[in-house]
Design a protein around this ligand. Structure first.
Ligand code: ZN
Length: 165
């Protein structure tokens, strides 16, 4: 694509962002802790509402983005409960109300769930994401844009230095 300048976020480009995620008044996640995030635009590698807002942003530009639940971690589902036999938990697992853990669902996706009830035989889990039903506030800044490699486009995600899969 001759004449295309990489100053603006668009499909198939690798974008570097600095961000802070605020829910309610609480900072839940920030690139100040984890370092800037690099992602491939247009492949649903980040929250849909944030990806939508980043489209067309320029390097150096900042924005406050409010993401509604349906464009974030989804609406809260009332019947997203699951019973798991206590025996399926490892012996040393801290089985307590409020503990979050990752499980594999029937489609082999890793799902973050929360223990909501501890019984003698059965542990009740809420399979809603902890941020389901919540409005997300992102403060985001675009700090870099580069072409994706053909391998990255094939895979649909960014390959970090020294790491490919
Ligand atoms: Zn890959």
């Amino acid at each position: 694509m001759i004449g295309k300048t990489l100053t603006q976020v668009a499909e198939n480009l690798v974008v570097t962002i600095e961000y802070t995620l605020i829910v309610g008044k609480e900072i839940l996640d920030s690139s100040e802790d984890e370092g800037p995030l690099e992602y491939l635009h247009g492949y649903a590698n980040i929250i849909p509402g944030l990806e939508k807002a980043l489209l067309g942003m320029k390097v150096g530009e900042s924005k406050n983005v409010v993401v509604a639940p349906e464009d974030g971690y989804g609406e809260l589902e009332k019947d997203a409960l699951m019973d798991v036999p206590r025996a399926e938990f490892p012996d040393d697992f801290p089985i307590e109300e409020g503990v979050e853990l990752e499980i594999m669902d029937d489609d082999d996706n890793i799902v973050l769930v929360t223990i909501i009830e501890v019984g003698d035989e059965t542990i009740k889990l809420d399979t809603n994401h902890p941020l389901a039903g919540k409005e997300l506030n992102f403060e985001v800044k675009v700090t870099g844009i580069r072409e994706a490699t053909s391998e990255e486009l094939d895979h649909g995600h960014v390959h970090m230095e020294g790491h490919s899969h």
